[in-house]
Design a protein around this ligand. Structure first.
Ligand SMILES: [Zn+2]
Length: 357
């Protein structure tokens, strides 16, 4: 981390009288791209490693990285140099689209940091209050329905209703779904065995994107459950990227579903494309020797959502790692995943996902 801070400081010291893209922005971007994969892997392991010493070290790396980023983005001379490149119309006219986008991206990060440093809690409070009002309305509507249901249930059981507790929520939400839609979610799961869903979802992505995946034999991974896939372009016979799947719930692993971009895809200095690496981490039930693991419809949507993120990263072709996958305009970040979620609900696709156990 000290190396990162030193580079930014040195850069601020040697900034030319006339800052240009090549003498200010490109050196930061080359340095970021060179170290991005190491930084991403170092900070990723806190969420998945079975060893507590590795999780702790990874967390500390994250903290130190945040400090060094704060250091860079609060460097006024560096900010002014980047801003002056942006304001130089002649220079801007000579830049390719990727260079312009990268410049804007750095500028945004400097400005976001300025906002954070401006200490303006009024705006933050206003945003949170607004959110609370909107979400609160929806939550209280739903809560009323659940309370009514519990009262009815207690009456049927000949028991007295006392209160609605946090632990009642999942039970009565399930009952409400059953009552409103005549849907038994446990029964729906029987149509979605995990292994079949994962393989089918991957082949839908292969067909859609014209790619081919190959399972790697004995990959070097952080846990024996983790699978590694190579992603190939079969027409060009070209390795496009790598995909890790860490599917099963286990002790000391993060919960929910997330895609981590371990290595961004970009064109290196020597003009070779850096192969991107994505890792999907979810907490699905693990199949045993005697029983299959079954997925809920929400979990089926989750795997499509995360594959959307993972393949967005794997298919990225940009000049700079700073423009790869999640570094797009903020509104667009969830777009590929949202599209893929809808895709899995289309009858033509969901029938291929289903199989009777
Ligand atoms: Zn997402």
């Amino acid at each position: 981390m000290r190396a990162i801070t030193n580079v930014y400081d040195k850069l601020a010291d040697i900034i030319q009288e006339t800052p240009t893209f090549d003498n200010v922005v490109a050196p930061i971007a080359y340095f970021d791209d060179l170290h991005k994969a190491d930084v991403n892997v170092a900070t990723f392991l806190q969420f998945v490693s079975p060893k507590s010493s590795i999780r702790k070290a990874s967390y500390m790396a994250q903290v130190r990285l945040s400090v060094s980023e704060t250091h860079m983005y609060s460097n006024k001379r560096l900010y002014n140099a980047v801003l002056s490149v942006y304001n130089n119309k002649e220079e801007m006219a000579t830049l390719c689209n990727d260079d312009k986008q990268l410049l804007k991206s750095y500028l945004r990060q400097f400005e976001n940091h300025e906002h954070q440093m401006a200490k303006n809690p009024a705006n933050v409070q206003h945003f949170l209050d607004n959110l609370e009002t909107k979400i609160g309305l929806l939550a209280s509507e739903n809560r009323k329905k659940l309370v009514q249901l519990k009262k009815k249930d207690m009456k049927n059981l000949g028991k007295e209703y006392v209160d609605f507790y946090t632990w009642d929520e999942a039970y009565y939400s399930h009952m409400l779904t059953k009552e409103m839609f005549d849907l038994n979610t446990e029964h729906v799961k029987e149509y979605f065995p995990l292994k079949h869903v994962i393989q089918t979802a991957i082949s839908i992505f292969e067909n859609l994107l014209g790619l081919q995946t190959k399972r790697a034999g004995s990959p070097n991974v952080w846990h024996p459950d983790v699978e590694l896939y190579e992603v190939w372009d079969p027409i060009e016979n070209l390795l496009v990227g790598h995909l890790y799947l860490d599917l099963y719930s286990r002790k000391n692993k993060c919960t929910g579903g997330t895609t981590f971009y371990l290595r961004p895809g970009f064109v290196q200095i020597d003009k070779l494309r850096e192969c991107p690496v994505s890792a999907i981490v979810v907490d699905f039930p693990k199949p045993s020797n005697t029983s299959q693991a079954l997925l809920s419809l929400t979990q089926v949507k989750t795997i499509f959502h995360e594959l959307g993120h993972a393949f967005h990263n794997i298919c990225t072709k940009t000049k700079w790692g700073g423009l790869c996958s999640s570094n797009v305009e903020h509104d667009f970040v969830e777009m590929p995943s949202q599209l893929m979620e809808n895709w899995c609900l289309q009858p033509s696709q969901s029938t291929t996902l289903q199989t009777e156990i």
